[in-house]
Design a protein. Structure first.
Length: 376
């Protein structure tokens, strides 16, 4: 639901009833991530997509049925290659989708005000989370991250179960990870889908150069909050980096020590100046961030490693440095270099080797029980 929050709020504000279909399970080569949603309103309008076009027709029919009866449905598409193709999931995977009705006001499916506020928070770029019971007692119940355990009890759950759901939801909002959890409620199985939206991950680019402008453009397209930092005010201007969310004039290592980072932050050092690079990398490699990379020739890289080691960094910290930065794609322009850098960032996050898909076997889309809420 949160991935189409703005569209849902617009439709709800216009007085529409909607059936929302949310992916609860992904197996094999299914194209969309857990927590992805599609909605159909009471006039037949479609919002969002859950399979890149593969099974939208079947989901649309399920949504029409939910709007007619008000009864939530847990539907599965694909299992064997033949079944998947017949259902329209031509990639051969399997997805499970939970479809339920939502509305506002004193009508069937009316949303709790706290759930509406979670949708509004997502629309406004703030962290948010919703737990949806998709199987078992009170299927279709939605629980906001800001709810109290006593509110959850009213849905027919015991206090211990309510507290466990809220604790899990709070933790997942903090980590930015959606997922499902099977728990027991008074001896009965209960399946809960946790859908969360985090703030955009940060891409901090040091060095106001042409390569930085290209990297800022490409990073913005991937959903990063982009910062470009350089100590030279002549070069670090918003006009030179229009796609950056902020352009900062500051000594790089000082800025890095003072700015907010988290485990999703990506740091790319493109400065090519040792008076900036060495103290900056020394600080960056001590931080719990997702990725630290630096542009360099192999000779420059070896010289940097020696200086960083002499500065007190150990083998574990130095092994985190991606330098020379980027995957070997054979490109050379700033734009091609930006793609090379981001390819390594993605490969580092996913644990991929970056080999061509045609040289591999098995599912194309790797899935786990927990997926990130926003792409990195």
């Amino acid at each position: 639901m949160l991935d189409i929050a703005a569209a849902l709020l617009d439709s709800l504000g216009a007085g529409r009833r909607l059936a929302v279909a949310t992916v609860t399970t992904v197996d094999g080569s299914a194209p969309r991530a857990l927590g992805t949603s599609m909605a159909v309103d009471d006039r037949g309008r479609v919002l969002g997509s859950i399979s890149g076009g593969c099974v939208e027709g079947a989901v649309y029919q399920a949504a029409e049925g939910v709007l007619e009866t008000g009864d939530a449905v847990l539907a599965e598409f694909g299992f064997t290659e033949g079944d998947a193709f017949a259902a329209g999931l031509s990639c051969g995977g399997r997805i499970e989708v939970f479809v339920h009705e939502i509305a506002t006001g004193a009508v069937r499916g009316a949303l709790d005000d706290r759930v509406v506020r979670e949708l509004e928070a997502t629309r406004d770029g703030r962290p948010a989370g919703i737990a949806i019971i998709v199987a078992g007692r009170a299927a279709g119940t939605m629980i906001a991250a800001t709810a109290f355990a006593t509110d959850v009890e009213r849905a027919g759950l015991d206090l211990l179960t309510a507290r466990r759901i809220l604790h899990e939801l709070t933790a997942r909002v903090s980590s930015g990870l959606s997922g499902t959890l099977d728990i027991e409620c008074d001896g009965e199985p209960l399946r809960v889908l946790f859908v969360v939206a985090a703030t955009a991950p940060r891409m901090i680019i040091f060095g106001a150069v042409d390569f930085s402008a290209a990297l800022a453009n490409a990073s913005s397209l991937l959903g990063y909050h982009v910062t470009v930092c350089d100590a030279r005010p002549l070069f670090a201007t918003p006009q030179r980096f229009p796609s950056a969310d902020e352009v900062v004039v500051a000594w790089p290592s000082d800025y890095l020590r003072s700015t907010a980072i988290d485990s999703r932050t990506v740091i790319c050092v493109l400065t090519h100046d040792e008076k900036f690079d060495i103290p900056l990398l020394d600080a960056a490699l001590r931080l719990p961030v997702a990725f630290v990379g630096a542009m360099a020739s192999r000779l420059t890289h070896e010289r940097r490693l020696k200086a960083l080691e002499e500065g007190g960094l150990g083998a574990v910290e130095l092994d985190r440095l991606h330098s020379p930065i980027g995957l070997d794609l054979g490109g050379s322009t700033p734009q091609e270099t930006a793609i090379s850098i981001l390819a390594e960032v993605i490969a580092s996050r996913t644990g991929s080797g970056g080999e061509p898909l045609r040289s591999q076997t098995g599912p194309i889309h790797r899935t786990t029980s927990v997926r990130a809420a926003r792409p990195l």
